[in-house]
Structures are given as C-alpha cells and as structure tokens.
Design a protein. Structure first.
Length: 412
C-alpha cells in the first residue's frame, strides 16, 4: 500500500493529468479549477500543459501562419485558463481571435489585456497593433498616446512613432490626438521623421512644436540639418527666421547674422554658431571682455602649431544682391602674419562667393574690419566662419588671443 506522501503525489499528478485533459478538450472550466492545491503543485513541478514559455508561445502563434488558426485559438484559450490574470495571455487570445475573424471576442480580449497590464509597453503596443489591423484608428492613437505619456517608456517611443507612420493619418491629426504636448515626445517624433526621410511630416511637426514652445536643441539641429542636406535650404531658412526673430527681432531685418555678438548660448542649429573644440585652440564665448552687449567670442592659440582653424561657423541663405559685412576685433600678442579672419563662402566649392576680411596680429585694441561683396543668382546656401589660414612663413606657429564681437551683415 503506498505511503501517505506517495499517495498525495499520485493524487496531485492525477489531478494535473485531468487538468491537462480538460484543457486539451476545451471544457468549460472556472478559475477555481486552476487554483486548487493539487493543480498549483502540479504546475510548480513543471507538469502543466506547456508553461507557455516565450518559445512555446511563438510556436503556437505560428499555427495561424501555417493554416491552423483554430489550433492556435484553442491553445491560447487553454493558456488563459492556466493564467487568467496574465495580460500577455489575454493579448495572445485577442490575436488568436482576430486570426479566426471573431472581432468582437478579439476586442474583448484585448480590453482585458489592457486592464491586466495598463502600463505595460508591450501590451500597449500589441493593443495598438491589433486595433490597427481592425481599422479602429481612434483606439490605436489612444493606446499610443498612453505609451507616449509615460516618461518611463521612452525606449518604446520610436516603435510608437513607426506605428503612426504606418497608420496613414495626416500628421496634424496625429499631433492633435495622438501626441502628448511634452518636449521629449515631440522632439523624438521630429527626429524620427528625419530618420525615415519624411520631410513634410517633419516640417509640420516642427511648426506645431515651435508654436507651443516644445522644440529643443538636439531635435532642432537634426531637423534643420536634414532640410539643408535635402536641398530645402530656403524653406529651412524661412522656418528658422520665424523661430529666431522672436528672440532677435533684428535678424534678417537689419542684420543677417544670427547671434552676432555671441550674447546668447548658441542653439543646436546650423543657423546659429557651432563652436567645435580642438586641442591646440581654446575657443569660447566670454563675458569678461566685450565691445558691445554682454559677451564676445575669444579664440586663443597655444603657439605650438601652424593652425588652420575652421571650427566656428553658421549657415545662412541670402537673397541675390550686394552686402556689407563687418566686425569688431581685438588682439593680444598674436604671432605670425596670419590671424583670425571672417570668411563667407558657398560650400563646398567656394566658386561663386569667397569673401575674406582682413586680419589683425600683434596687440591691437578694438578695430572695425569690413568688406562689401555680392551674392550672385543661383547661390542657395552660404556659410560664415571665423577662420585662420595656415601661414606660409618659416615662423608660422601661431600664439596669442583674439576677441571678436559685433558682427554685422547688411544689404547695400
């Protein structure tokens, strides 16, 4: 006669076998049927129907693809009976119901998945994709907006944006009903459009974000660089002008250089100053010395190299016509015959516009340097830079400090 412990194990195993048989035959079982001590012990021992691991769920999901959607549905019904509180099992069932075209049951199951896992990014995305398949656009945007509204789910934002790109909605509708007005979300969407080469959508998103004060540095830079590389330089300049004139009313009215006195921290835009670092050059905005305003640009050479410097610049689009450009410059112990100059040119060839201002060397107080030039027809994009050409003299290593302030570019 079996010992009591052995008898209990046999009883538990028998109950588990009965449970498997019931699940396989799709009998109507209640939740209580799966909460008995015997059933729980059976599953803990690893004898449940299959435990529904990721690999097993994937195998089951292939049944619909292989022509057995009913088999997939039956398996996922059984899986749900074993884990009735699992959001994943409800989502599996929803997709299986969809595969047999029972849309009512599919929508019910996915609604239960959302109740069980309201903040799960996987469940939110699976529900959005299911609603996409059954053309429930409002429900798609509702789930994606929930995901995008959670800062903790930022790793899933691009996946949500990809679903929006597949949805085919006008971008203004996506922005109006499907995107929370948060800077990080709008910035991510703007960058996403540029990555997948959706220029028109990016422009509409920029306009929407700009009006609401939601455009930030990294996405701004990526957006405007995208437009310039796409050959949309005039459009880029117009959008930047509308944005920038709120900060500098003189921009493109009396002065066509943005941030001409370096009085504000440069924004991450090609139409503001880019200042790149170098080991042999110290280049920065300073407040202790300036000609006008509160700041100026200082560049200090270490005296050890014949530096060719081109690391401070901004882009611009100028209409055809005559211009005068000027700046104020101050120097202290600048060696060699070549110091800092202002350079305006059309990249990359410099074939139509190539303007160099004079330079100062030695030690000199604030001095105005200027030159007139013409922009011919056909020139779309220009670059202005503070540069130093390498010297051809034997004594060519440059040292000393140069300050630049009060840049001015005006039409003649």
């Amino acid at each position: 006669m079996p010992k009591p412990e052995t008898a209990r194990r046999i009883l538990g195993l028998s109950a588990g076998v009965a449970l498997v048989a019931a699940g396989a035959s799709l009998l109507s079982l209640s939740r209580a049927d799966f909460e008995t001590p015997q059933a729980q012990r059976f599953c803990r021992l690893g004898f449940c129907a299959d435990q529904f691991s990721v690999e097993r769920v994937f195998e089951i999901a292939q049944k619909a693809t292989l022509g057995d959607p009913r088999g997939e549905l039956n398996d996922f019904k059984r899986a749900l009976q074993l884990s009735p509180a699992s959001a994943y099992r409800w989502a599996d069932l929803a997709e299986a119901e969809f595969n047999v075209r029972d849309l009512k049951q599919s929508e019910y199951a996915i609604s239960q998945a959302l109740i069980a896992g309201p903040r799960s990014p996987v469940i939110l995305m699976r529900s959005a994709n299911l609603y996409f398949e059954i053309s429930e656009t409002d429900l798609v945007t509702e789930q994606l907006k929930k995901l995008l509204s959670d800062p903790g789910l930022s790793d899933y934002y691009d996946t949500a944006f990809l679903t929006y790109s597949r949805l085919g909605l006008p971008v203004d509708q996506i922005l109006q009903i499907g995107v929370p007005p948060r800077e990080s979300v709008v910035s991510g969407l703007l960058t996403f459009w540029t990555k997948i080469n959706k220029g028109d959508e990016a422009v509409e998103t920029w306009k929407w974000a700009s009006v609401r004060g939601l455009a930030d540095g990294p996405s701004m830079g990526a957006f405007f660089r995208y437009l310039l590389h796409a050959g949309r330089s005039e459009e880029a300049q117009q959008l930047w002008q509308a944005f920038a004139q709120k900060r500098e009313p003189a921009y493109r009215n009396t002065n066509w250089i943005y941030n001409p006195g370096f009085d504000s921290e440069p924004l991450q835009s090609p139409f503001d100053w880019t200042i790149e670092g170098r080991q042999d050059v110290e280049a920065e905005i300073v407040q202790d010395v300036h000609y006008d305003g509160a700041s100026c640009f200082r560049i200090r050479f270490n005296g050890e190299t014949n530096t060719a410097y081109h690391q401070t610049y901004q882009s611009m689009v100028l209409p055809t016509g005559k211009y005068e450009v000027s700046l104020m410059m101050k120097t202290e112990q600048v060696t060699t015959d070549e110091g800092v100059r202002l350079h305006i040119f059309d990249p990359p060839s410099q074939s139509k516009v190539n303007v160099w201002l004079d330079t100062l060397t030695g030690t000199q107080d604030w001095t105005k340097l200027s030159k007139t030039f013409e922009v011919p027809p056909g020139v779309k994009l220009l670059q202005v830079e503070l540069a130093r050409m390498s010297s051809e003299k034997f004594d060519n290593k440059i040292g000393g400090t140069t300050w630049v302030d009060a840049l001015q570019l005006a039409r003649r």
